[in-house]
Unconditional design. Sequence first.
Lengths: 412, 412
Amino acid sequence: MNAIIITIGDELLIGQIINTNQAAIARKLNAAGVAATRMLTVGDEMGAILGAFREGWSVYDVVIATGGLGPTHDDITKKAVCTFFDTTLESRPELRLHIAELIRKRGIPWRVSYEEQALFPVKAGVVPNPLGTAAGIHVQEAGKHFFVLPGVPYEMQEMMDATIAPFLASLVTGSVIRHRTLRTTGASESMLAAEIGDVQGFLNGATLAFLPSPTGVRLRISVQDANPGEADRRVSEIEATIRSKVSRFIYGVDEEEIQAVLGALLRARSLTMAVAESCTGGLIASRITDIGGSSDYFERGVVTYSNRSKEELLGVSSALLDRDGAVSESVAIAMAEGVRRASAADIGLSTTGIAGPTGGSAEKPLGLVWIGYADASGSFARRFLFGDQRLRVKERASQAALEIVWRRLMGL
Amino acid sequence: MNAIIITIGDELLIGQIINTNQAAIARKLNAAGVAATRMLTVGDEMGAILGAFREGWSVYDVVIATGGLGPTHDDITKKAVCTFFDTTLESRPELRLHIAELIRKRGIPWRVSYEEQALFPVKAGVVPNPLGTAAGIHVQEAGKHFFVLPGVPYEMQEMMDATIAPFLASLVTGSVIRHRTLRTTGASESMLAAEIGDVQGFLNGATLAFLPSPTGVRLRISVQDANPGEADRRVSEIEATIRSKVSRFIYGVDEEEIQAVLGALLRARSLTMAVAESCTGGLIASRITDIGGSSDYFERGVVTYSNRSKEELLGVSSALLDRDGAVSESVAIAMAEGVRRASAADIGLSTTGIAGPTGGSAEKPLGLVWIGYADASGSFARRFLFGDQRLRVKERASQAALEIVWRRLMGL
């Protein structure tokens, strides 16, 4: 069973928003055993929308389109569906009721635009939208399925999870596709490729993809097989082969972020941690606290942007700041030790650097970052160069800092 | 001059990575006066790639494809270009030299895979890639242009900025498209639509798009005109009409984030700010410090996840924490006042809430957040409900907190 994902919106064509819906739908289809083999994006223009519908419906078993179901004048997808399937709109009492209930809970008065939201193509079935006013559309013909969902990401995702993915999964027969992704940090794509060596020797028809990102390269294994158990077995076999070559770079699998892996390690060993950030500006704390339950091991974070705050909150001496400057090995160590001491946490972590876009010098260039680490056995700092783009420096420095703690805990 | 953007990669089709390249290319094309009217994504499969090339090249003036130029076995785009344009690969000495120079600077030894990176289609011109080893491909036929760029985002973006966008801009003649986006916060799409009212009365052929996001709705005005000056004038006229109806929700234009607008206000008034975060976990500090030069007005942030840290760093009394609980109006106010006092900043801002996924109760449900504010004239806290998804709670709470400071400074 194959699928095309059609996303609709001028904002996508001019690059004003990033198309996260496409990826979210693809992930959910894939998990349901449906292969999306094409993604298409067109603008809010009737001819382009109808063209995309025709192209998708003539080739694919499943068409999923999103966007243009909202209450404003630029939302024309519902009309396109009526034209395409030669039907008209009717007011659906159950949709009117749902909308009334939804806005009552939010204390919003009834508006004329809600009447339009209750209009629905006669031929179509409703995909309930528990989180919003625009219902999803489902047309079924000759064993093929056509869906239109609202473009609001969390509404669309809820509808995929609650209704569409389970429905499609129930229809899927034949071979399954299994994926596993090994997440690495601290190695380049070329380095990993060289250490893994010839892949055809162990893949036997499976695929291995190298996916670089600023925080590390992911290695994705994919196996297709008629037998789900056999597919799982082969994925595990290939994983073991790759781990035997590059395990020291692999911190997690699939969607696991390093902050989740690190959190689980801290929890298992009953350790606590505190962070003192200068150039990362709170990003490390924010990543750690993205994980539910992080209050069990994350004692505190401080964002010490000013020298004064480094002195007051971390006990870094003004003499040291004067002598070596805020961006230095000695200050990074003093910050890590200082936040550990002040918080009584087991581990102290720190960053100090020049995130840019200004402030670099020949001796201390833009992108220079010192990362400090302290625990009961001692402390140290490491020096990095992360380039001249502010947000990239923050991102890469936060990753390197979390990697340092992970490597210490793993004994790597 | 119209364009299609083709992105290539199995990782996109299974939704493993979000297609940021598509949006980045679209934005740069649009700024150069080239309208991308279709985006297409296909997998790492020769038939699908060639099909996409055929489809694009037969209809569009400009085809831009990315992905599959890397050094590993799953990168087959270069071969597809040779098949499509009926040519072969040759080793280019200038590419070999560039690669050698690049890896020398990074202290990486020469690998066999670099020989392959220096192979290039005979018929094609080189688009230089200063940041990476994979050169871009440019084929020109009958006034049409076919480009292939590597999929690594920052390499691709640099090549668009330095070479392709200026080249295409020099070819563009005819009508221009001008956009302006007004960024709002604190109002729903329906509320804005109702207050703006009938748009056809003032658009006169221009378009106005409503773009909802978790942090607010953006209103995008687009005008096409043969005369650039006239297009600019009409954009400004429509902007003025919209502002006359909903100005109290508009904090910025185009790519301005609220943290940038707020930062400019603080700087202009020589005010400083400090933040005490519980449930947002450092996200507010990280957003503020995403802005270059924020050290001028951001004195410090503290992430006080534990009660102990609230007492030690903010002087919140244990009696208050016992009586009202950490998630309460009184503690939010005490935190804002505490961080203001400790830092001697002009403004103190705080968050305390239940981000989930566990910890809610009937009285204090998941998603309950108190945001505290303190300045020389006094202090207050406001109560919010942000739902039951941890990352969404963090995101929405950070936005609401920044909005509170912005509204105070603007006197709204």
